[in-house]
Design a protein around this ligand. Sequence first.
Ligand code: AMP
Ligand code: ZN
Length: 111
Amino acid sequence: MTDCVFCKIANGDIPSSILYEDDDMLVFKDLHPKAPIHLLAIPRKHIKNLFELEPEDSQQLADMLKKIPALADQLNLSNGFRLIQNNGEGGGQIVDHIHFHILGGGQLPAM
Ligand code: AMP
Ligand code: ZN
């Protein structure tokens, strides 16, 4: 989507601190970190959120959930991490391109 900030990051049209990328997904630093390490994982494909998830996109999200822990050492998260994923206005979603917040570094408070 041309007016989507995360599509622009995925296309290299705006700069970001990318820590990992492949044909399907990217991991980059959140501009406004809420933890010592705060990354965002996105699929390259523009999917708005879980409300809009099509059956054919499910495997891609499952693959992302497998890759994130596999990248833990590379992302300095081998001690553990938290995933947060916001859906819709009431869920606090600001950017309408599905993303996982990856939080870690140090000891996160219990939820
Ligand atoms: P959400 O509220 O779940 O939609 O989260 C959107 C996140 O995207 C926020 O934590 C923002 O700090 C982050 N963000 C917005 N624009 C950028 C950007 N250009 N580069 C990195 N992170 C961004
Ligand atoms: Zn997008």
